[in-house]
Design a protein around this ligand. Sequence first.
Ligand code: MCA
Ligand code: AMP
Length: 528
Amino acid sequence: MLTPMDNQNLFVALRAAFPADLDQVAIECADGPAASHPAGASYRWCDLERGTAMLANLLASLNLPDGSRVAVQTEKSVEALMLYLAVLRAGHVFLPLNTAYQAAEIEYFIGNAEPAVVVCSPKNFAWVSRIAFSAGTQQVFTLGEARDGSLLDRAAHFSDQHEPVARQADDLAAILYTSGTTGRSKGAMLSHGNLLSNARTLKAYWDWQPDDVLVHALPIFHVHGLFVAIHGALLNGSKMIWFGRFDPRAVIARLPEATVFMGVPTLYVRMLAEATLTREACRRMRVFISGSAPLLVETFDAWTERTGHTLLERYGMSETVMLTSNPCRAADGPRRRGTVGPALPGVGLRVRDDAGQPCKSGEIGQIQVSGPNVFAGYWRMPEKTEEEFTADGWFKTGDVGHIDADGYVTIVGRSKDLIISGGYNVYPAEIESVINELPGVAESAVIGVPHADFGEAVVAVLVARPGAAIDPAAMIAGLKGQIANFKVPKRVFVVDDLPRNAMGKVQKNLLREQHQGLFQQPVAPPAP
Ligand code: MCA
Ligand code: AMP
């Protein structure tokens, strides 16, 4: 029997870090309906405490079985964040879903995860509830951006007192779906212990200070915005300036009140295109952190020159949360451009050649990791889980890189066929299978090519069936209703044949070379 003292529920640790004065502002909304709401643009720590208690009590009233999943596809809002915390608090498993996902994608996630509860935007209720009810989900609530929807209406009837449900470190806290190189997406199972150990490591390594203020401008359905940024601020009792959407100019305008910012490289590229990004605007900032996709050295250098701040690049995965980071404190070492820094304290990171033998310092190979942050496996996919771990228990990241003599890691590529566009992952195999089903398509190859804004952009090259006429623009328009918009190819090319090697394998490197100049025009800075 667990006593409250050894309840390892992540919520308990986050709650314990709230400031003593719960009337202080915890979250200030900088945009969207909440910012102009008559009840105020600010949420105090006591609002988070009470709001999560009411939502947790609503979940408790549903008498869900242990380990129930709560799937959530809603716009970003503070209430959506409270829902995440309430799911932890109630001891259930949080399953966040990108708002860009379309019906077929949602159908797969709900069918695979079998959530007991689904929460969606009011505007999507008709189609999401149809999918959820036919998959056996009992409860579908709505939550809108403007504090609207059935979830809050129902929660309003419950007590604002709630004792967090006891959880062990190994108990499941969240499932994050990540696409697979072959086949369908896999749900990475993250435990309370995975998330808390990583959050504590980052709090110490990034040297969170008592007066830190975080500008939060990332989506809250992936690891970066949901775990790295939110856990960081909550575990430090720090205020967040909260943006529902990333608007570079609006974010820069709030930097003078902040000390910490986290973003994918596209966010830094877009802020650099603003004339208002100056040393003066960043005068109070302590650290700018970049991750989720490779940061170009040009962006790194331009940021230093413009703001006087050296970007801190780190590296992680949905399956592992954060793995490496450039140092924050000067005493821990310099931040090296082009590297993702050393392995975080407590994280094991090694590089192996294709035969599984250790690589020497500086030698390129497969990156493998271990540690308390590494997930337990893929939801209901024991074979996939086994494939992705070595016999001695290290997780194969699918990233390729090297470690130098000082322990700094450089990622040079990926053994997995993956495109990272604006910080979102796109698996070519998934897009090819959708395109190959379209009328008139014989076969296709999907590649990532350099893009000045998104880092990489999705491009499809396809062969038409004999006699079929394919209109690339119509195909792109049609795909937008079928798959998440960030996965839709920015360009489609129809060719006679795909280049193949002697083994018959499509030579994607040739296609990438051929199309590499497509989107290289830098984004023009708008007039100030
Ligand atoms: C939007 N569009 C995109 C992307 N985002 N196209 C390609 N890649 C994208 N990422 C397209 C839309 O399809 C649309 O096209 C047009 O851009 C405008 O859409 P909108 O939604 O207005 O775009 P935006 O608001 O400007 O969004 C861009 C963004 C966003 C702010 C960069 O993509 C974003 O927030 N990215 C962050 C992703 C993130 O948090 N990743 C962390 C994953 P059309 O007009 O043709 O329809 S966690 C992770 O990777 C790990 C573990 C880690 O290490 O952190
Ligand atoms: P996800 O599937 O969203 O968990 O994405 C994880 C992948 O993002 C990693 O396996 C890397 O390929 C990539 N990634 C994350 N951070 C970085 C970074 N700083 N530099 C290069 N790639 C990164």
